[in-house]
Ligand binder design. Structure first.
Ligand SMILES: [Zn+2]
Length: 361
């Protein structure tokens, strides 16, 4: 079987472009060479992402995030993309969306911003039909909705190409979030209503369980979790960042898709960089895939959401993963567990493609 296409549902490319000056038209090796000994490595690790590696791993589509932390959670003064209030959040998130337009506009042979099904189909025709190198498709995803000042603004975001919104990172004024639990707020309910009217996909990642269950009961549109593992497989895991089986069950009932994260901290409770990644095999990613597939009774509701370069780099990726291209190593691991070729292809990218085909205008 030829290598399946990968769709990666979560990469903070714009944050890395604007904060660290990373240029994702470069290869991983080139970025690592240029950044060796610079603060970038201390701030965000050695990169796992680069255009050559997208080609090598047949990564056809990436959900590129707009992401900023509230100042109270900021990781350092060097983080230029953190915000004090919603006006500032708005400016930062808009600048990140502009960064994707610029990346695609300046490098059309490398990247395309996908806003419509027609653009998706035309890109897929290249990846599925032609040998050689192809542009990588980008789907814009807002992580943490504080960048939306009021629901009436959503129309404008949609026109600018945004297609997916997650209400939380830390808590936002819309929803309880990571380390800041809580329900949907009144504004959160209003935002969801406006999102549904336009056709946005809702991303539950980072939303607290309480808010997630509320959204699963009330949001009529498409729902995903772009990057989150199953907390049931990490006994002793501290915090509310991962998905409970109650949320997974409801998400599956809503025909949602979950992007599994190949990040050591989300694969073993209490893992620290000091212990190294050798004890965390890529097979532990397959455990999360399998957990979701067993709950779903099929292989149609799970995908990948790497979050690579999203606050961690090479040393926190599972053993054997040197770059994004190595996610193809999941193919033999899943096959050895009895997954058929078509199921493996669905997990690596096909399920996200089905989602995009049904949700893009
Ligand atoms: Zn995240």
């Amino acid at each position: 079987m030829p290598l399946p296409l990968i769709v990666d549902a979560h990469e903070d490319l714009a944050w890395n472009i604007l904060v660290l000056g990373r240029d994702y038209t470069r290869s991983v090796a080139e970025t690592r060479r240029l950044e060796a000994g610079t603060p970038n490595v201390a701030h965000n690790g050695e990169t796992l992402l680069g255009w050559q590696e997208y080609q090598q791993g047949r990564v056809a589509i990436v959900f590129g995030t707009l992401f900023a932390a509230p100042r109270r959670c900021s990781i350092g003064d060097w983080d230029t993309q953190s915000y004090e209030d919603c006006e500032q959040a708005h400016r930062i998130y808009r600048a990140q969306l502009d960064a994707y337009h610029a990346l695609a506009g300046n490098h059309p042979d490398h990247f395309r911003l996908l806003q419509t099904r027609a653009e998706l189909e035309s890109l897929l025709k290249q990846w599925e039909g032609e040998e050689g190198e192809h542009p990588v498709g980008l789907v814009a995803l807002m992580e943490g909705a504080d960048g939306v000042r009021r629901p009436a603004e959503l129309e404008e975001w949609w026109e600018l190409g945004l297609r997916i919104i997650g209400l939380a990172w830390a808590g936002t004024r819309y929803s309880g979030g990571t380390r800041e639990p809580g329900p949907l707020t009144a504004d959160g309910h209003l935002l969801l209503k406006a999102m549904a009217e336009i056709g946005f996909t809702l991303d539950l990642s980072h939303m607290d369980e309480e808010a997630s269950l509320q959204a699963l009961d009330t949001y009529p549109g498409a729902i995903i979790a772009s990057h989150a593992n199953a907390v049931a497989l990490l006994p002793g895991f501290q915090g509310n960042r991962l998905l409970t089986d109650a949320v997974i069950k409801r998400l599956l009932e809503r025909d949602g898709i979950i992007g599994v994260v190949p990040y050591c901290r989300f694969l073993r409770a209490g893992w620290t960089e000091a212990e190294g990644r050798e004890g965390i095999p890529l097979a532990s990613v397959a455990d999360h895939v399998d957990h979701i597939c067993q709950m779903a009774g099929d292989a149609r509701h799970v995908g990948l959401g790497s979050d690579f370069d999203g606050g961690f780099g090479l040393t926190a990726a599972p053993a054997g993963v040197d770059t994004i291209a190595d996610l193809q190593k999941l193919v033999p691991i899943l096959a050895a567990r009895g997954y058929r070729d078509e199921d493996v292809a669905a997990i690596l990218g096909g399920n996200w493609l089905r989602h995009l085909k049904s949700c893009l205008p």
